[in-house]
Design a protein. Structure first.
Length: 713
């Protein structure tokens, strides 16, 4: 019997067939949103007055009228049951970074030994899961472990299906008994409200009325890898850590760039089609799908939506990718760096803000609209420059550390890419006095119309972590497995702060001085903050030096970055805008650090285990084979080939020695809780194991190699 999992897996993978269970001739318009309790369903199921009241909450953010909760709950229940649901759950996003759910059946005993199906307004509005096992960073002592989930009516309820049933999921916020946020959604909603208020104020300064509140929008492009499940199951590192801890880079990987936008293999295509169909049923506007740069790497991008909904949808996209992958004999890897030496995965966070009926990051077609656009642009420049470190913290995780600055995806230095044309305009504003006319080549806000900015001309720089792409900003440093709420909470708050400052100055200005005054404000901002703008190659060594000269922070890893989280300035800002209280901010600091330490430790322990139980035995088996042959040659008095085999024993032997010595040091570092030393030792261990992979008999190597993981599917 062959006990080598790797060889068994290769055979198995070669036998795989395309799983064609997804609906062919899928009628997209009829399935889209069929599992969502959306406005259309609400209209059908709710009495008119109730519907109208609920709409006010959803559309205008008005406080929910608790009297209508019973009606809404009843309607939701009837609809969910018609969809086959037997259970409901509050669906929330605790600080583990994933989603959480605890199901309750609709059943209620009647007095005749049977049941009726019930769902009360109270159960809809508030839940009380035992929260003691979720990370709280000390916010909630276990003896008062109660946590509350509270319905977020701005994100519609939906049906989650499994092979044998269905569950009604109600998006909720998750708070402690004393009201502190224990999740990602609560501060996100607060930050959205804050930036909305400030943007409305700014628009009012320009004499614009807002019928509905300005909103932030998000479209996130999600990158991922697919590996065959057979291979996945043969690699303890993938199972335990979601990434490979060892693996020699094969001769061919991504050099030829033949995977990017290449024809999609049938097995993957079948998977993608099923993913799209599932997402459409959930009302998620999945739009784009393609092969990414690295072999076995792919991307899915939905169309943008209001920020909160888009974040929820992204969580559902990640879950759907994982579940559907499994049905197709794949494992979906959402880790930021599943393979060393190969491109990692990110989540391009396309962010914008719209108000007064249009996208405010669209330059617009009149001088008036241009002026608003430039003002918001300058607010963002100020915000990102002032809070570059904070933005960096918002994407700091153990997984993303492997990716950021790894000479591929965005570097750890935050800078803004504006493109030549827009940079030129910014330069003109900086130089131009209020008196100068366009003839002099200088911009005069309010009088000149911006030239039309061609969209693609602004998006050639793929190396920038924060790029203006025509009508939105793309924050590219977000990690592929991250909940996008974190980075957007920061983004919303810092931009709100900058807009607040600008609006404060504009409001004090006499009407007749408005244009000149605005010009001065923007000029001030540009002078002070233009150091954050960089249109060059962010991967170059020269930029690292240049950025240092400009005084831009370069925070290499998570522990370094975390020092810039709960600073007195940040506490003051987040408290001022009602996004985080001091304790909330500090508790998150603790959780982020703890998660980082735990992930680092899990990876290191997995590595030690794999070396001891897989790598060393394989190496020894090979040595045994060679040594046996050497003995035989000697017995026979043959010398040809003897030297070569002794050299093999020497090469593998030295590395075997080195590997065991490194394991010893690694174990000490783990025991000491020294994450820096742990990472350094693990890196050394990896180097020597990867060398062994290139020396040991292929038929003895116990785990799938990169050439198999990345190319056989
Ligand atoms: P790419 O960045 O690959 O060139 P696109 O420009 O088409 O692709 O858009 C990428 C993402 O940005 C999509 O999810 C898209 O819906 C989103 N997007 C477009 N406009 C906005 C906007 N105003 N606000 C937020 N996201 C947007
Ligand atoms: Mg993009």
């Amino acid at each position: 019997m062959n006990r080598n999992l790797r060889l068994t897996a290769i055979k198995e993978v070669a036998m795989r067939r395309v799983n064609s269970k997804a609906v062919k001739n899928c009628d997209v318009t009829s399935i889209f949103g069929e599992d969502v309790f959306n406005l259309k369903v609400m209209r059908d199921y709710l009495p008119k007055p109730v519907y109208r009241k609920l709409l006010l909450t959803i559309r205008k953010g008005e406080t929910l009228d608790s009297h209508i909760a019973d009606d809404v709950a009843n309607a939701m229940k009837r609809w969910a049951i018609s969809k086959g649901a037997t259970h409901y759950t509050h669906w929330f996003q605790p600080l583990t970074g994933t989603t959480a759910e605890k199901h309750d059946a609709f059943i209620e005993p009647d007095n005749d030994g049977g049941v009726t199906l019930n769902f009360s307004g109270k159960s809809l509005i508030q839940g009380e899961p035992d929260a003691s096992s979720f990370p709280s960073g000390g916010l909630r002592a276990t003896f008062e472990a109660r946590g509350y989930t509270a319905w977020d009516p701005t994100s519609p309820a939906f049906i989650k299906r499994d092979e044998n049933g269905a569950t009604l999921c109600i998006p909720t916020a998750f708070c402690s008994y004393t009201g502190e946020a224990l999740d990602k959604k609560t501060p996100l909603l607060r930050s959205m409200q804050t930036i909305s208020r400030q943007a409305e104020r700014l628009l009012n300064c320009f004499g614009e009325k807002c019928d509905s509140r300005p909103i932030t929008t998000l479209g996130c492009e999600q990158e991922y890898f697919l590996v065959d499940k057979g291979f996945y199951l043969a690699r303890p590192d993938l199972i335990q850590c979601g990434c490979t801890l060892f693996g020699k880079i094969p001769a061919k990987h991504q050099q030829l760039e033949d995977h990017y936008f290449g024809a999609i293999k049938p097995r993957v295509m079948a998977f993608m089609s099923e993913v799209d169909q599932e997402l459409w049923r959930l009302g998620i506007p999945a739009k784009t799908r393609h092969n990414e740069v690295a072999p076995a790497q792919f991307e899915i991008a939905p169309m943008f939506e209001e920020l909160n909904l888009s974040v929820d949808h992204n969580m559902m996209v990640m879950e759907t990718l994982r579940l559907v992958a499994d049905r197709h004999g794949f494992a979906c890897l959402l880790h930021e760096k599943p393979f060393a030496g190969i491109n990692g995965s990110g989540k391009h966070n396309n962010w914008s803000i719209s108000g007064a009926g249009r996208n405010l990051l669209d330059p617009g077609s009149s001088p008036h609209q241009n002026a608003i656009f430039l003002t918001i642009l300058c607010a963002i420049i100020q915000a990102v420059d002032k809070h570059a470190a904070l933005l960096r913290v918002s994407v700091a995780t153990a997984g993303n550390d492997h990716r950021l600055g790894a000479n591929e995806a965005p570097p750890a230095i935050i800078s803004i890419y504006l493109g030549e044309q827009l940079t030129d305009i910014i330069d003109q504003i900086e130089k131009g006095g209020a008196q100068s006319a366009k003839a002099g080549g200088f911009m005069n806000i309010g009088a000149d119309t911006l030239p039309v900015l061609p969209k693609d001309a602004t998006d050639r720089n793929r190396t920038s972590p924060f790029a203006f792409t025509g009508n939105k900003f793309e924050f590219r440093a977000v990690g592929s497995s991250q909940n996008c709420a974190g980075p957007n909470i920061v983004l919303n708050t810092i931009v709100a702060e900058a807009i607040d400052e600008i609006a404060g100055r504009l409001e004090k200005m006499p009407r007749k001085d408005f244009n000149a005054g605005l010009h001065t404000i923007l000029q001030d901002i540009i002078k002070k903050h233009k150091k954050i703008i960089f249109n060059g190659n962010n991967y170059s060594a020269a930029w690292q030096k240049e950025a240092e000269k400009r005084g831009l922070p370069n925070l290499h890893n998570t522990p370094e970055a975390l020092k810039y989280w709960a600073t007195p300035e940040n506490i003051a800002m987040f408290e001022k805008y009602g996004v985080f209280s001091q304790v909330e901010l500090e508790s998150r600091s603790e959780i982020f650090q703890e998660t980082y330490d735990l992930v680092t430790k899990i990876e290191a322990e997995t590595a030690v285990n794999m070396v001891n139980t897989m790598i060393l035995p394989a190496t020894i088996a090979y040595q045994n084979k060679v040594a046996g042959n050497v003995t035989k040659l000697k017995e026979l008095g043959l010398s040809a080939g003897l030297e070569a085999q002794l050299a093999i024993l020497e090469k593998t032997g030295t590395r075997l020695q080195q590997a065991t010595a490194t394991v010893d040091r690694l174990e000490k570092a783990i025991a000491a809780g020294d994450s820096r030393q742990t990472i350094a030792c693990q890196h050394e261990l990896r180097t020597v194991v990867d060398e062994l992979e290139g020396l040991v008999d292929d038929s003895l190597w116990p785990m799938p190699k990169y050439s198999e993981l990345l190319f056989i599917y």
